[in-house]
Design a protein. Structure first.
Length: 67
C-alpha cells in the first residue's frame, strides 16, 4: 500500500516563522557586507524597516531597548 503525504495550507505560525527567517537573512546579509564589527542599532532598524512597517508605533526601535 502506498502512503500519500498531503501538505496542509500554511497556518499563521508558519507565516510568522517564515517572516522571521527572512528578517534574519536580511540581517546576516547586512552584517556580512558591513565593514564594522557590529551593526549599529540604527543600521539594524534600517535593515528591518522598523520605522516603515504598518503599526510602526508598536515596534520598538533597537536604540530604545539599550540602557
Amino acid at each position: 500500500m502506498t502512503q500519500v503525504v498531503t501538505l496542509s495550507a500554511p497556518n499563521a505560525q508558519e507565516y510568522v516563522a517564515l517572516a522571521e527567517i527572512e528578517l534574519c537573512g536580511e540581517l546576516m546579509i547586512a552584517a556580512s557586507s558591513s565593514t564594522e564589527d557590529r551593526l549599529s542599532a540604527d543600521r539594524i532598524d534600517e535593515v528591518l524597516n522598523a520605522g516603515e512597517a504598518a503599526g510602526a508605533s508598536n515596534i520598538p526601535r533597537q536604540a530604545e531597548r539599550r540602557p
